[in-house]
Every structure is written in structure tokens, then in C-alpha cells.
Design a protein. Structure first.
Length: 41
């Protein structure tokens, strides 16, 4: 794997992790997600 491709993959992974972290800082989103998950059972 070329260094450029490796850097691109790491950057995309970092962006995804930051996006998930930002969603978890919003309590309303977590409650809604939990309610949707609970509705499946």
C-alpha cells in the first residue's frame, strides 16, 4: 500500500470516529437511537 493511500484511509477513519463522537455528545440523538433499537424487540 502506498503511503498516500495509507494516509487517506487513516484520515477517513479519523473523520468517521470524530463524527460518531459528535453524535454521542447529543443526548437527544442517543435517546432516539435507543428508542428505535428497543422498538425492534
Amino acid at each position: 500500500m502506498t503511503p498516500r493511500k495509507h494516509l487517506l484511509i487513516l484520515s477517513l477513519a479519523l473523520v468517521a470516529l470524530v463524527a460518531v463522537f459528535m453524535l454521542y455528545t447529543q443526548p437527544h440523538f442517543i435517546v432516539q437511537l435507543a428508542n428505535q433499537l428497543w422498538a425492534c424487540f
